[in-house]
Ligand binder design. Structure first.
Ligand code: HEM
Length: 459
């Protein structure tokens, strides 16, 4: 014990400005500030921001081993009790992403069976239908130019909505498209600012966010009420995710009531929309910027049976595209920062993190760590050949988090993104018009500018 304690040293970090600490750096470009912090101070860094008394202190953990400790081996000590998750809970409910303890365990037991590989493969029809819609839509792109950020946002939202709501997809998509960005912005702002006015004050930002949440709740509640009414008249055979969630039950856990159902629906819309959209958009944009990789991806997509859009069974035939998606998620992890709060003081990477501390693990930084990746900024899908994957630390690449709270949607997301990109590549050649895409960290990684691509129909 004494020997272990002796190895523990004080956590280094930038001093920042006398009054504000690193607040301005974080505000200007938090993603860059985190990269710099690792370069200058090492794998565990303490960053403080804000004036004394209102100071936020972030304990950033950049190594693969450290990420594993926080997310997996010491998961019970690093909980979703932080301000960001509190705010998300208030805006988007107590669903699978935000809940904890007994609520969480019950939800996970009820929902896990809906995300087995077999079940997820069944969602491929919705992916195919929507990907085909995008292939058609691009035929009319003005001057043959599309912004893949907007296009993939639309495709991912339509796909996850179709999986959730089946035939009711059209009723939901516009409401979510118009209101989710308001909720995301509000949660991000409040989640990271040291003081917030009460939500109940009649301020414009509070009012806008409340109206957005109300609109999203209303459409979800309406669809849920209609389903429940239909189920009350006799057994239904709808197999969209909402129906499956609605029917999910066990002796031990009972079933989800209408509010709980709505919270889950919101979580899936929130967690399953922007994230997959970002992965697909950057995969397409990277291919558009790297003609050699695009040629290999085209060749692979072309080997699939012609005359039909790829299905779940084809996934094994798309190893190169799978690697492209993984490499896109390395460079542009949709959840660039994952936060927790410590319960008790704990040792991570040779440093003592105090009790009640804000702790961040950062795929954004670990995915570019020079001890783990050669020439980290280079796009190279072959980093993900099975041999090279097996040779790396399990947490060198963790876009889906890890440990007991790892992403439940990861198989679905990979299925969706690989199949949709394959469908688009079968029909189009891509040429990048924008090389740099400006980024910012919201709830998820956001492209703040367009990623325009010229698309040429292939013969
Ligand atoms: C590229 C796509 C995706 C990425 C990068 C991603 C990333 C993540 C990450 C990092 C977490 C862990 C958060 C934490 O530990 O604090 C998470 C959790 C979760 N994700 Fe995803 N996600 C993606 C797609 C999806 C999809 C498509 C769905 C659902 C349809 C989904 C649903 C969830 C849920 C419900 C959780 C909470 C799981 C739990 O705590 O048991 N995600 N995701």
């Amino acid at each position: 014990m004494m020997a272990a304690m002796a190895a523990i040293t004080e956590i280094p970090g930038p001093k920042g400005l006398p009054l504000l600490g690193s607040a301005l750096d974080l505000q200007r470009d938090s993603l860059d500030a985190f990269l710099r912090a690792r370069r200058e101070y090492g794998d565990v860094v303490r960053i403080s921001a804000g004036p004394p008394g209102l100071r936020t202190v972030l304990h950033c953990v950049f190594s693969a081993e450290g990420a594993q400790q926080v997310l997996a081996s010491q998961a019970a000590n690093f909980r979703k009790d932080n301000q960001f998750y509190e705010e998300l809970r208030l805006s988007a409910g107590n669903g699978l992403l935000t809940s904890q303890d007994a609520d969480y365990l019950r939800q996970r037991r009820l929902i896990q069976p809906l995300f087995t590989k077999r079940q997820v493969d069944g969602y491929a029809t919705a992916v195919t239908l929507e990907a085909d819609g995008t292939v058609e839509r691009w035929r009319d792109a003005p001057d043959g130019v599309v912004d893949v950020v907007r296009e993939m946002d639309r495709l991912a939202l339509r796909t996850v909505s179709r999986i959730l709501f089946g035939a009711d997809v059209e009723a939901a998509v516009d409401v979510i498209h118009d209101n989710f960005p308001v909720i995301s912005k509000y949660v991000t702002l409040r989640g990271y600012s040291p003081v917030n006015p009460p939500r109940s004050w009649p301020l414009p930002a509070n009012r806008r966010a409340e109206a957005a949440t109300r609109a999203v709740y209303a459409i979800c509640d309406r669809i849920i009420a209609e389903r429940r009414a239909a189920e009350a008249t006799g057994p239904t055979t709808d197999d969209d995710l909402l129906s499956l969630l609605s029917r999910a039950s066990s002796e031990e856990d009972g079933s989800l009531d209408a509010d709980e159902l709505r919270d889950q629906v919101l979580v899936f819309l929130l967690a399953g929309h922007e994230t997959t959209a970002t992965s697909m958009a950057f995969a397409l944009h990277l291919l558009a910027r790297h003609p050699e990789a695009q040629k290999r991806a085209h060749a692979e997509a072309d080997r699939l049976p012609s005359g039909r859009t790829p299905s779940a069974a084809d996934l094994d035939e798309l190893p190169y595209l799978t690697r492209v998606l993984k490499e896109a998620m390395r460079l542009y992890p949709a959840a660039p920062v994952v936060g927790r709060r410590s319960v008790e003081a704990a040792e991570v990477g040779g440093h003592l993190i105090p009790a009640g501390a804000d702790v961040l693990v950062l795929p954004w930084v670990t995915h570019r760590h020079p001890d783990l990746w050669d020439d980290p900024e280079r796009f190279d899908p072959d980093r993900f050949t099975p041999d090279r994957e097996a040779a790396r630390h399990r947490y060198a690449w963790f876009p889906f988090g890890g440990g007991p709270r790892a992403c439940i949607g990861q198989h679905f997301s990979m299925l969706e993104s690989v199949l949709a990109v394959a469908a688009l590549l079968r029909s189009y050649e891509l040429e990048a018009l924008d090389t740099e895409v400006p980024l910012a960290a919201g709830i998820t990684l956001q492209a703040t500018g367009p990623a325009r691509v010229r698309v040429r129909a292939r013969t």
